[in-house]
Design a protein around this ligand. Structure first.
Ligand SMILES: [Zn+2]
Length: 134
């Protein structure tokens, strides 16, 4: 598998840890959007696209974002009654309210994607900064 294109959409809000949205193309034939470049404690890292997990309200079955205190539909108190989906044993834990939509399953592939995305990000950043100064 080869990354044939990386498109960077920079976000330059210093208050936000999100540095850029990224779209990559694999083998000229498969596009993954919503990858993020995030400024972490140990520097930049690449986060795979994810969605917020949802929980059904026990009263009306409205799907609320996991961790919500009240149902958006009927207003019922749903704190703590959140159900665990049986297939979510991996990555379980209270802090895991997001689930990856697409992600590499080998360390090799993960590092390849991260390295490639950050390389392009650095180049874009450099080009941008040079333009501003000169
Ligand atoms: Zn409800």
């Amino acid at each position: 598998m080869k990354i044939t294109e990386v498109r960077i959409f920079r976000k330059d809000d210093p208050k936000n840890k999100l540095r850029a949205f990224v779209t990559i193309t694999l083998d000229d034939s498969f596009v993954i959007r919503d990858i993020k470049v995030i400024e972490g404690h140990k520097g930049l890292f690449v986060a795979m696209p994810s969605r917020k997990l949802k929980d059904s309200c026990p009263k009306c079955n409205h799907r609320n974002e996991k961790g919500s205190k009240f149902c958006n539909q009927c207003g019922a108190n749903i704190e703590g009654v959140t159900s665990r989906e049986p297939q979510s044993q991996e990555n379980d834990g209270p802090e895991n309210e997001h689930k990856d939509i697409a992600h590499p399953i080998t360390l090799e592939c993960r590092e390849y994607i991260q390295r490639t995305v950050l390389e392009v990000y650095d180049k874009e950043k450099l080009r941008h900064e040079t333009k501003v100064e000169g």
